[in-house]
Design a protein around this ligand. Sequence first.
Ligand SMILES: Nc1ncnc2c1ncn2[C@@H]1O[C@H](COP(=O)(O)OP(=O)(O)OP(=O)(O)O)[C@@H](O)[C@H]1O
Ligand SMILES: [Mg+2]
Length: 240
Amino acid sequence: MSKIYDALKRAEREREVARDRDVEPNGHPVAYQPATGDEEDDYRRLRASLLFTPSYSEVHTIVVTATRHSEGTTRVAVGLAKALASEGDTRVLLAEANMRSPSLARTLPLADGPGLSNYLAGEASPETLVKRLGDANLSIVTAGDRPEVVDCEAIVTAIAELTPNFDFVIIDAPPVNRYADVSVLGPKVDGVILVVQADETPVVEAENAKRTLDRVGARIFGVVLNRQKSYVPATLQALL
Ligand SMILES: Nc1ncnc2c1ncn2[C@@H]1O[C@H](COP(=O)(O)OP(=O)(O)OP(=O)(O)O)[C@@H](O)[C@H]1O
Ligand SMILES: [Mg+2]
């Protein structure tokens, strides 16, 4: 009995330390996203942590990236864009700048049509490029056909041409540790949200991502700890 009690006490302390470690290091707000929780609520909290932190009042264009593929960049970008668009008359553009592994065209119920790469190639007008998601205030630009060469400078310019019509622009970008794209995009926007996967992303990958973003002068708005499961402390696991 006392063994379990001791383990629980140790677990509680471990959890406090883990919580402090997540929040303290750089003063960035951290948004938790429990895998089994209410996802819409998680994104409303992420939205709130972005908008109601005084130093982040000039948030307009945000790049979402991860350290590696499949950590949840697109899921977070879509969730955040929907949460922002759900408030009043807020007009939001979700722009897919990920031409490495685009997925919006097949995962969202969007009409077929050209994407960003087609616009860059002079094959599409802004009117045909921007698609509305249902009746919502959310507009989407998909990546388009995969180009031979990804020109991130041109992507930034193209997105900037579209932004005057929107209150927020969320940019779904490829992983920062795999491609140089975010090193170009990051410093040109208001800030970057970094997605890491709970219990999966190696610390060294997260550190590399932060180092890269700092080096290029990108402002890190915060880190989303994606797919966080309910907390089972190591000390308790050892007893089970
Ligand atoms: N919190 C979550 N709960 C459940 N499924 C999730 C969660 N986050 C991501 N997924 C799923 O994991 C898969 C990969 O996520 P996603 O497409 O967002 O990754 P990504 O970082 O955009 O990958 P890539 O870099 O290749 O574009 C998707 O099927 C997505 O729905
Ligand atoms: Mg993606």
